[in-house]
Design a binder for this molecule. Structure first.
Ligand code: GLN
Length: 590
């Protein structure tokens, strides 16, 4: 446990360090993701199918490698070093995405692309994959390590951390999604890179507050030499070397090369191999090394992880089919009368003029994203020096309040784009979190707090129901031939996020609670591995509504609407069907 002087507003300072680092990491991750499919289809003129193939392979691998990143940190590196190394790769990857080169052109239906730039894009995606693998699982386990095993604040610490994840996602859509689609792709991707750089800087400054809790448990094994190279160096070198084949896999996915049989791509095959290894290990572990009670707990956990797999398959449509659907078939402004008039941007009138223009157009959230963590740095340093003073905490809370105001302002006033509207998911999540906390607590006081399997099953049902407004919107476009209202999307996100609240934080806490402690990182990795398959499945389903309009021709709204409606009804049945089955199985799992 940490000394009490380490507390800041009720939680260890180290938790805030993880909070802001993860906020920036998710900012870069989701900012890039909100733009990726639009960038590929609108700038490099990919067809929907190729775009979704790449998105699926990237999303699959990015959630597949945390198993390995977690394992390496458990065995040798320790979490702190893993986070720093992952952070460096992420900065490079996101900055790399900002090279946009030349837009593709289409003459007589023949598309010519800037293949050189695309190679940089694939390499950047590969860097991000490895970076997330090192950072994401390990920053989550650090949070757990900062509390003593019996500390009652652990769960609320995790809720705080989940809020950080979603604040990052929220700002990502508002800042990167908006900048990328209005000022230029490179500004959106570049902002993601700068955000990650700040996150890395913050972590390097703040690692002193981890007090060695995230350090390697046997540092001497890191110095052990193989062929003259210390093990630590070998781990880094091998991970950097892995970027090349991963980049090649990205290229293969985008070009439909090496699609082994039908939809089975090399990326999917790789994921299946990882899954097979994990399952073999799991079978061995629960039969040989667990007591009967532990075995039951581990099996129940696996069932929850499987539910998460189905849930995230539906959820990931939001970054695929929902984005292209919004772009093509929905009106975009939620509050049209409030939206700020957008002056045309004319670049090229000298550096200072460009800089001035950039700041005139940039969303205010960009400032809060920097101000809030910086105010934490200042407040933490001041409270170290003057432990009695309340001023630092007051300062911090005030800046956070301003940050939230800027966020509200941006989400109401800025013209909305398909990419920036992905903010709705994170927004509802942040708004619903306290509601659900109160709800579960109130039910708990009456002894009626639903079981974890029940909550997860309910999450699945809600995810299915969320597709009803989407399908209705699609049908409306089909019938009228006109764009439908963006409010359908708002409603869909509201229902989906109620589902996420029931399933996702519950699942994370179940991992830490049900898992046998010595394999908890591995199980955390398995939780993310489920999402890896969700991403791939989501892209596969998304392709049912792939629209391939020959370039130069306009999209016939009614035709596209029919495809989207079919996809959305299918997803509705998938969620509802699995959800009802899970509801029936819940008493058994409990
Ligand atoms: N949105 C959450 C995050 O980014 C959940 C991700 C997941 O488990 N699939 O951390």
């Amino acid at each position: 446990a940490l000394p009490a002087s380490e507390d800041f507003l009720g939680h260890p300072k180290g938790v805030y360090v993880c909070f802001f680092t993860e906020m920036w990491e998710r900012f870069s991750f989701y900012g890039m993701k909100a733009l990726l499919l639009l960038y590929l289809t609108k700038y490099h003129l990919f067809g929907d199918k190729a775009g979704l193939d790449l998105l699926g392979a990237y999303g699959g691998l990015v959630y597949c490698v945390p198993v390995i990143g977690g394992l390496l940190a458990d065995r040798w590196l320790g979490m702190r070093k893993a986070v720093v190394f992952g952070g460096v790769l992420l900065v490079l990857g996101h900055i790399g995405m900002a090279f946009e080169g030349h837009a593709a052109s289409s003459v007589g239906g023949i598309v010519s692309r800037d293949e050189g730039t695309l190679r940089i894009t694939y390499l950047s995606l590969a860097l991000i994959i490895v970076g997330v693998g090192f950072l994401k699982p390990n920053i989550s386990t650090i949070v757990g390590k900062l509390y003593a095993p019996d500390d009652p604040r652990r769960d609320s610490g995790f809720s705080l951390f989940y809020a950080g994840i979603n604040l990052g996602a929220l700002f990502a859509s508002l800042v990167c999604g908006y900048l990328g689609e209005t000022l230029g792709w490179k500004y959106g991707f570049g902002a993601a890179g700068i955000g990650m750089l700040l996150g890395l800087g913050l972590f390097l400054w703040g690692q002193k507050y981890l007090h060695g809790h995230a350090d390697p448990h046997a540092p001497e094994t890191l110095r052990q030499r193989f062929w003259g190279v210390p093990r630590e160096g070998l781990i880094y070198a091998a991970s950097i070397a892995a970027v090349v084949p991963l980049a090649w896999l990205m290229w293969a996915a985008a070009n439909g090369s090496f699609a082994l049989a039908g939809e089975v791509s090399l990326a999917l095959l790789l994921m299946l191999v990882v899954l097979a290894c994990v399952l073999v290990w799991f079978g061995f572990f629960i039969t040989r090394q667990c007591t009967p009670v532990q075995r039951q707990q581990m099996l129940a956990l696996m069932a929850l992880i499987f539910m998460a797999l189905i849930f995230f398959t539906l959820y990931e449509q939001t970054y695929g089919s929902w984005v292209t659907f919004t772009d093509r078939l929905l009106t975009k402004d939620i509050f049209p009368s409030l939206v700020r008039a957008q002056e045309p941007v004319s670049w090229g009138a000298g550096l200072m003029a460009n800089v001035a223009q950039f700041f005139a157009h940039a969303p205010w959230s960009m400032y809060s994203l920097v101000l809030a963590p910086v105010s934490f740095v200042v407040a933490a340093e001041l409270s170290d020096r003057y432990p009695q003073s309340r001023l630092p905490k007051f300062l911090f809370v005030a800046v956070v309040a301003i940050m939230l105001l800027f966020m509200v302002r941006d989400s109401v006033i800025l013209p909305q784009t398909a990419g920036s509207l992905t903010y709705l998911g994170a927004l509802f999540l942040v708004l619903l979190a306290p509601v659900f906390a109160v709800l579960w607590a109130a039910l708990g006081r009456r002894g009626r707090d639903p079981s974890k399997p029940f909550k997860s099953a309910l999450g699945l049902v809600l995810a299915g129901v969320a597709f009803v407004p989407m399908a209705l919107a699609a049908q409306q476009v089909g019938a009228s031939g006109q764009m439908a209202s963006v409010w359908w999307l708002v409603l869909a996100y509201l229902i989906l996020e109620m589902g996420e609240m029931c399933l996702s934080p519950v699942g994370l806490s179940a991992v830490t609670q049900l898992s046998v402690p010595r394999v908890v990182s591995m199980m955390m990795g398995t939780w993310f591995l489920a999402t890896a398959f969700s991403e791939t499945l989501a892209a596969l389903f998304g392709k049912l509504a792939a629209i391939e309009v020959p370039h130069g021709e306009t999209l016939v709204l009614a035709d596209a609407a029919g495809k989207y409606a079919d996809l959305f009804w299918l997803m509705m049945f998938l969620g509802l069907g699995c959800g009802v089955l899970a509801l029936l199985a819940a008493p058994l799992l409990k």
